[in-house]
Write a protein that binds this ligand. Structure first.
Ligand SMILES: N=c1c2ncn([C@@H]3O[C@H](COP(=O)(O)OP(=O)(O)OP(=O)(O)O)[C@@H](O)[C@H]3O)c2ncn1[C@@H]1O[C@H](COP(=O)(O)O)[C@@H](O)[C@H]1O
Length: 106
C-alpha cells in the first residue's frame, strides 16, 4: 500500500514545471508545449492499451504510471486542475454510465 496520490503527483509536476529543462523531463515537456506533451500522452495510452491486451500486469502497471504522469503534465499545460476533474467525476456518480450515455443521444 502507498499513500502517494494523484494530488501529490500534481504538486510535483507543478513544482518541476518551473525547473531547468536540461534537468527535468517535466520542465522539458512543458517548454516543448502542449502538442508535444499531448503526443507523448497518446503514445503512453497506446502502450497501455497494448499491455492490457497482452495481459501483461507488470507492463500494464508501468505503462499506466507513465500515462497518468503524462496526463498530469497535459492538465498542467492546459490549465486544468485535478480538483476540477475530480469534481466532474464526483458529479457523474449521481447516475449510471448507461443512463448518462442514453441522455447524450436525445
Ligand atoms: N512519474 C514520472 C515519470 N514517468 C515517466 N517519466 C519520464 O517520461 C519519459 C518518457 O519516456 P519515453 O521512453 O517515452 O521517453 P523518450 O523515448 O526519451 O521520449 P522522446 O524524447 O523520444 O520523445 C521518460 O524520460 C521517463 O523518465 C517521468 N518523469 C517524471 N515523473 C515524476 O516527475 C518527477 C520529476 O521529474 P523531473 O521533471 O524529470 O525532474 C519525478 O520524480 C517523478 O515523480
Amino acid at each position: 500500500m502507498t499513500d502517494f496520490s494523484l494530488a501529490d503527483l500534481e504538486r510535483i509536476v507543478d513544482a518541476r514545471s518551473q525547473a531547468d529543462p536540461s534537468a527535468s523531463w517535466t520542465a522539458k515537456l512543458v517548454a516543448a508545449g502542449q502538442a508535444k506533451a499531448a503526443k507523448k500522452l497518446g503514445e503512453e495510452a497506446v502502450e497501455t492499451v497494448i499491455a492490457a491486451i497482452e495481459g501483461d500486469k507488470a507492463a500494464l502497471t508501468s505503462e499506466t504510471a507513465d500515462l497518468l504522469y503524462h496526463l498530469m503534465v497535459v492538465l498542467k499545460i492546459g490549465g486544468v486542475a485535478l480538483q476540477d476533474v475530480m469534481g466532474e467525476l464526483e458529479r457523474r456518480t449521481s447516475q449510471s454510465g448507461l443512463v448518462e450515455k442514453a441522455s447524450r443521444k436525445s
